[in-house]
Design a protein around this ligand. Structure first.
Ligand code: 5AD
Ligand code: SF4
Length: 483
């Protein structure tokens, strides 16, 4: 299939098949024909720059979009001076949107120098009608706008842009369709993300994701396992299973399969040595899942368990469906059952109605659980969500709370990090160290970064490393030769 897809065997003028992705393969062949004409006219290859903003799922969509662009014949550009620039956007917080608009002005000046340039904006931000209107009115030089449900149609949409010369906007509210077997260009040959479910049904009252990503739908275990086997056959040793709420995986499948069951089946795949997953909702984290993690040699010792707030009152207003005590109980259970499991979290400061006492509850959970790491966010008011209509906490109250929380989180994380020295652990080597080319950088099972001296031929391999120094949020080590 993908690795064997040969577009040259597809006649670009053949009748369009009804089924996906076959229909898209014909559009890829059509685009390739146009691209070749353009290359001849310009006397140079066409280059593309595709960038992901936001979460792992956005990064994963960009791997698919890059796979399609590569099939069409684009070379990878090392800057935005390219013939195709695509931003796959995030909209979870307001400042993500502002960042995109800030960059569009720069793209406009590049397009004036290269009229052949195609500017495409996709992803979560484009699922909002007001943002599409803004693009149409303020940024009419954008050529293509699409959303999260029709990533698979990229070749067809690009074909329409190239053949009409007009702005193409194609955004769907939701879609039951999951198109399998699209080309994928992995950023790293040795590790990749694999979507297991899309969308979210939880409707936390601050969060825009359920509105932009639509209802939760799961891929079948068979298609997930087949994709992972393919990745393993082509050299992947680590995979990250992705979903807005992986713990509720399997809802709506014809043949039921729970997330722990899926993990057990993924574990059996030869070649895969490390399994990560993201994101776990505390309300759905079962004892069975803890058991599967405990018994597994492959599941990484890292659990990302967003708590959002430590106050039961605020958690209720957030519609998180657990209390402070339940969160503490759950984190405690994980710590007891799997003592070497790193627990990280997401925390929002300044949710509407948050009092000093509520905030102290958050600080209390942070001190009790002692997270290995935490992403801290200032509450961002997202139009269309229930909490946007509630009375907001003033910025001058939020900022000092945020600063206090960040300090506490960082102090604890550094203390936890220090406990790792002296151990010998497996590191998946990812790259040369960006500061020192004689050093390699990689990650431990618990997701901590380690830098150690070694040759570049180890990139992509699991190497035992003796951890010698802790530096707050990363380690220095040396290769372990065994004694
Ligand atoms: N404001 C601030 N943070 C938010 N998140 C989601 N929505 C908002 C918002 N409106 C955070 C949550 C979530 C993470 C991905 O982003 O903590 O877990
Ligand atoms: Fe947003 Fe809550 Fe769904 Fe996470 S679980 S994506 S925070 S609505």
């Amino acid at each position: 299939m993908l690795d064997t897809l040969n577009l040259d065997t597809i006649d670009p003028n053949s009748r369009l098949p009804e089924n996906e992705p076959m229909r898209q393969f014909v559009f890829m062949a059509k685009c390739r024909e146009i691209l070749r004409e353009k290359e001849q006219r310009l006397g140079r290859p066409l280059k593309a720059s595709l960038q992901a903003f936001g979460c792992q799922m956005s990064a994963n969509d960009v791997q698919t979009l890059t796979g399609i662009a590569k099939q069409i014949g684009f070379e990878e550009a090392d800057s935005e001076e390219a013939d195709l620039v695509l931003y796959n956007t995030c909209t979870v917080r307001e400042n993500a949107n502002e960042r995109i608009y800030g960059r569009l002005g720069h793209l406009h000046s590049l397009k004036k120098k290269n009229p052949d340039m195609v500017i495409a904006i996709s992803g979560c931000m484009m699922q909002e009608e007001t943002e599409i209107e803004t693009i149409k009115k303020v940024y009419p030089f954008v050529d293509l706008v699409f959303g999260t449900h029709n990533v698979y149609k990229f070749a067809e949409l690009l074909y329409t842009v190239w053949t009409t010369g007009k702005m193409v906007v194609d955004v769907w509210k939701d879609s039951p369709l999951i198109v399998e077997n699209l080309p994928v260009q992995r950023k790293y040959p040795f590790k990749t993300g694999v979507n297991i479910s899309f969308g979210c049904d939880n409707f936390c009252t601050y969060c825009i994701v359920p509105y932009v990503r639509g209802r939760e739908k799961s891929r079948t275990p068979e298609s997930i396992l087949e994709e992972i086997r393919r990745h393993a056959d082509s050299g992947a040793v680590e995979i990250m299973l992705l979903g807005q709420n992986v713990n509720s995986y399997g809802k709506g499948l014809e043949t039921p399969c729970s997330f722990p069951e899926l993990l057990r089946r993924v574990e059996e795949i030869d070649g895969i040595e490390r399994i990560r997953f993201m994101t776990s909702h505390p309300k759905d984290l079962s004892d069975e899942l803890i058991q599967v993690m405990k018994e597994s040699d492959k599941i990484a010792r890292h659990l990302h368990l967003p708590m959002q707030s430590g106050s039961t009152e605020i958690l209720k207003k957030m519609n998180r469906r657990y209390t402070k005590e339940q969160y503490l109980e759950l984190a405690g259970k994980v710590r007891r059952e799997i003592p070497d499991m790193a627990i990280t979290t997401d925390i929002i400061v300044g949710f509407p109605g948050e009092t000093e006492e509520d905030f102290e509850d958050t600080m209390d959970v942070v001190r009790q659980v002692r997270f290995e790491g935490a992403f801290t966010f200032i509450y961002s008011r997202r139009t269309g969500t229930p909490a946007a209509k509630w009375e907001q906490v003033p910025q001058q109250v939020i900022q000092p709370r945020f600063d206090r929380l960040l300090k506490e989180v960082q102090t604890i994380a550094a203390e936890k990090c220090a406990l790792g020295t002296g151990k010998v652990e497996k590191v998946l080597v990812e790259s040369l160290d960006s500061h020192d080319e004689k050093m390699l950088s990689g990650r431990l099972s618990n997701n901590m970064m380690v830098h150690f001296p070694g040759p570049s031929c180890l990139i992509g391999q699991m190497v035992p490393v003796h951890i010698t120094e802790a530096h707050g949020f990363y380690y220095i080590g040396e290769m372990w030769k065994g004694r």
